[in-house]
Write a protein that binds this ligand. Structure first.
Ligand code: GLN
Length: 435
């Protein structure tokens, strides 16, 4: 059987192909010369499967799609405090190259507009790096996201540097507010180099998948950035990634995203996939026309909007029954699925409402595939309270989804692999306690 995903991608591409509206970026001469008909789309899953259609191995410059990744590197290298002190996280609702800063602090509104991204470039790597070393830190970091060593398009870089008056103006303004403390020229030079890194649609999808996969590159297995940084970056992408089209994007597509003027567009859907498209003609916001259409279609066809309400935690208690007979009988709460707050709350409620008459109570986790920190703490608290109510509590956990369970203060739990083991133990307890 042939996989359905590449066929789907091919069909989506052929639907948007006739749309030749928009223009390639004109303000960087080298970019204006790009082949406007290129078109590609890639899905990269968080477990490393890569599906693509169209021009997926054509290289083009990353441009503004470097911004979220460099922001991630700066946060990882310097910590949240120093970065947030210099760059805000408020959507500006303005164009990417708007010359504006927060009136009271002089900070750029967010790291996705040029003012923020230029500042962030200077925050990558430790403070003592030279401009050249800083560029190397950025290229090496972007390469880790892509899972291969990336190179730079010197021609595009030189072309943009010759026309970088606006970015220089922004950098000088940042310098006058002491947001930048370095030489504005060398920071714009470094930032322009960062924008000139060459990527393919495939690379971009893997980079996005690394964000979707909690900061671990699904191909190389390398942890590129820590989890709290991923959350920060995805949040900023979802509110500011599409510039002055951020609101339309958030409602119609609903995938944290970032666009670049060379025609690239990425989206990262937490826990699911990284998506990338490439098509150089841009709309008036500077976003790829066919890329935006493709994302609208992907989101609608596959329910990828992040605000799409997940299947309710309702099904977490698969059954609530008694096994065995007499004093050794056990009340079993058999759970299933993934357990976070909402599911754990259902378990708490089930335990409260059941008021088990049996001495032994087992919580069966055999069909639970994941439990997050709050779910685990709530479950262990249920165990503790059942113990205090006089119950003998078992955790049936053959796959160790709850390692080293410690119900704390007054709580006690026996971990077993099967319900039979719990039953044997319970019957033995009853027998042993007979006078
Ligand atoms: N290098 C470009 C600039 O700073 C990136 C802009 C973009 O991709 N939106 O103008």
């Amino acid at each position: 059987m042939r996989s359905v995903v590449p066929d789907y991608l091919r069909e989506a591409l052929s639907d948007v192909e006739p749309d030749t509206s928009g223009e390639p970026a004109g303000y960087i001469p080298e970019l204006a010369a790009a082949d406007p008909d290129r078109l590609g789309a890639v899905f990269a899953t968080t477990d490393g499967e890569v599906y693509g259609a169209g021009d997926i191995d054509t290289e083009f410059t990353i441009q503004s799609i470097s911004k979220p990744f460099t922001y991630a590197l700066a946060l990882a290298d310097r910590g949240f405090g120093p970065v947030l002190a210099k760059v805000g996280v408020e959507p500006s609702g303005e164009a990417f190259n708007q010359i504006s800063l927060e009136s009271d602090t002089g900070r750029p509104y967010n790291p996705m507009i040029n003012a923020g991204a230029i500042t962030v470039h200077a925050l990558a790597g430790p403070p003592e790096l030279t401009p050249v070393e800083r560029v190397e830190r950025v290229v090496e970091g972007l390469s880790a996201f892509a899972g291969r060593r990336l190179t730079m398009d010197e021609a595009v870089c030189a072309s943009e540097l010759e026309h970088a008056h606006r970015n220089l103006a922004i950098a000088h303004m940042l310098r006058s507010h002491d947001i930048l403390t370095e030489d504005p020229r060398s920071v714009v030079d470094g930032y322009t180099r960062q924008c000139s890194v060459l990527v393919t649609t495939r690379d971009l999808a893997v980079m996005a998948a690394t964000l979707a996969n909690r900061g671990i590159n699904p191909l190389s297995g390398e942890r590129v950035i820590p989890e709290p940084v991923v959350r920060q970056v995805l949040s900023v992408m979802s509110t500011c990634g599409m510039y002055d089209a951020a609101g339309d994007w958030a409602t119609q597509v609903g995938i944290p995203a970032k666009s670049g003027v060379a025609g690239g567009l990425i989206g990262a859907l937490p826990g699911q996939i990284g998506i990338a498209t490439f098509s150089p003609r841009l709309d008036r916001h500077g976003n790829s026309v066919r890329g935006v259409s493709l994302f609208e279609r992907f989101s609608a066809d596959m329910g990828l909007h992040v605000m799409e309400v997940p299947a309710a935690a309702r099904g977490v208690v698969r059954s609530n029954h008694v096994v065995g007979r007499g004093p050794g009988a056990i009340r079993v709460l058999q759970l299933q699925g993934g357990i976070g707050f909402a599911a754990a709350e259902r378990v708490v409620r089930e335990a409260v409402e059941t008021r088990p008459a049996e001495v032994a109570v087992a919580v069966d986790l055999t069909m639970v595939y994941s439990i997050d920190d709050v779910g685990r703490r709530m479950l262990l608290e249920v165990v503790r309270r059942l113990t205090l109510d006089g119950h003998e509590v078992y955790l049936i956990d053959p796959e160790t989804v709850v390692p080293d369970p410690d119900p704390g203060d007054g709580g006690r739990v026996t971990v077993v692999g099967t319900i039979e083991q719990a039953l044997n133990s319970s019957t033995r307890q009853v027998r042993d306690s007979r006078p």
